[in-house]
Design a protein around this ligand. Structure first.
Ligand code: OSB
Ligand code: MG
Length: 370
């Protein structure tokens, strides 16, 4: 029985700017969702929409609007986590806004059951493989240095952001310096099919995969590109639900999917994609990140324990992103490049509520219906 929902708008500053083909981020909004149940138990999650509509159509402002004016009135007080997304089905899109509410209910429900969220959703491993996503740097030398620092810390694979003019050269330098490091590239939709022969040059770097090279809504051109490249194609932006995953499989547009719960509307849809892509199609996936605070990362850690997760994840330690996290304990990297999935209930870390309340620029509050 949900008694109250609060959404805190906080802004967090990254230790270093994060640059992709769509722009540079130094500070980002995080909408922290806190659901409270009658008995006093709480659940937490994070809306990952950015400041601008660059990675997706959503922004933190659209998410606040859609939560306050629509989703708040659709969330029943008496609801199971697995049914929250159904309650929102009349709203088209706005997956990140929906996911924030849905995932907070999952955290709450797992806590009420006294189970870690990862066990509650069917996870099978107590440690997840951690990779690091490295933004576009000022120079190739700087990139090689930054990557070297992460490898010393133990990260199991490196993903580098690429775009036209920043692709062959940086990857060549990384391969020269780190010949055996598991390496992959993410273009965030910066190319078109006309670049196919240029992208073919990446084949010689033995990348684990090439993530979202083409248009953010495309499947057909990715299928064409997949026939030309040896490097496996991974889709991120193009997969918004399990239906998209089915289409991608039918077209052979991707070998692997980067599942981000925020992008697909929450944990339930992530599980659907997992069960289809891995369970039915027998293909691998992994869990991506959106530079989450420790709150959102808790949900990513839980999802990364699922059996179909076969590659290292974009789930790094707290200190890769932030000077100080807003959870206790912060997420840390084990020496073997893994992150431990906690045995405590829910996401397994405590939110520093006083700190969040002090940081909040806006708070919206509502009582679920019923
Ligand atoms: O495309 O995977 C992406 C961050 C923001 C927006 C899009 C992406 C990313 C990352 C960061 O690659 C992954 C992380 O949270 O470590
Ligand atoms: Mg990506």
């Amino acid at each position: 029985m949900l008694r109250r929902v609060r959404v805190y708008e906080v802004w967090v500053r990254l230790r270093e700017g994060f640059e992709t083909s769509f722009g540079r981020t130094l500070e980002r909004p995080a909408l922290l969702v806190r659901v409270e149940e009658r008995g006093g138990e709480e659940g937490w999650a994070e809306v990952v929409a950015g400041e601008g509509p660059w990675y997706s159509c959503e922004t933190h402002e659209t998410a606040l609007h859609v939560i306050r004016d629509y989703l708040a009135h659709m969330l029943p007080a008496e609801v199971e986590a697995r049914r929250v997304s159904e309650a929102f089905s009349r709203v088209r899109g706005h997956e990140m806004a929906k996911a924030g509410l849905e995932m907070a209910v999952w955290d709450l429900e797992a806590r009420l059951a006294g189970k870690p969220l990862w066990r509650y959703i069917g996870g099978v491993r107590g440690r997840i493989e951690s990779g690091v996503s490295v933004g576009i740097q000022r120079s190739v030398e700087e990139l090689v240095r930054v990557v070297g620092r992460y490898l010393e810390q133990g990260y199991r694979r490196v993903k580098v952001k690429i775009k036209p003019g920043w692709d062959v050269e940086p990857l060549e330098a990384l391969r020269r310096e780190y010949p055996d490091t598991p390496l992959q590239a993410d273009a965030n939709a910066a190319y078109t099919l006309r670049d196919a022969l240029h992208l073919k040059r990446l084949d010689r770097f033995n990348l684990l995969m090439l993530e979202q090279p083409l248009h953010w809504r495309d499947l057909v051109d990715h299928a064409e590109l997949a026939r030309i490249l040896e490097t496996p194609i991974c889709l991120d932006e193009s997969i918004k639900d399990a239906e998209d995953a089915r289409r991608a499989y039918r077209l052979n547009a991707a070998w692997v999917i980067n599942v981000k719960p925020g992008r697909v509307g929450g944990i339930m849809e992530s599980l659907r994609i997992h069960d289809l892509w891995h369970g039915v199609f027998g293909r691998p996936l992994w869990i991506g990140g959106m530079l989450e605070t420790g709150v959102g990362r808790g949900h990513l850690v839980a999802l990364a324990t699922l059996p179909g997760v076969k590659y290292p994840n974009d789930v790094s330690a707290s200190d890769r992103y932030y000077e100080e996290d807003i959870v206790e304990p912060p997420w840390t990297l084990n020496r073997d490049g893994t992150i431990t999935a906690p045995e405590k209930p829910g996401i397994g870390v405590e939110v520093l509520v006083d700190k969040v309340e002090a940081m909040a620029r806006r708070v919206i509050e509502f009582k679920p219906e019923g």
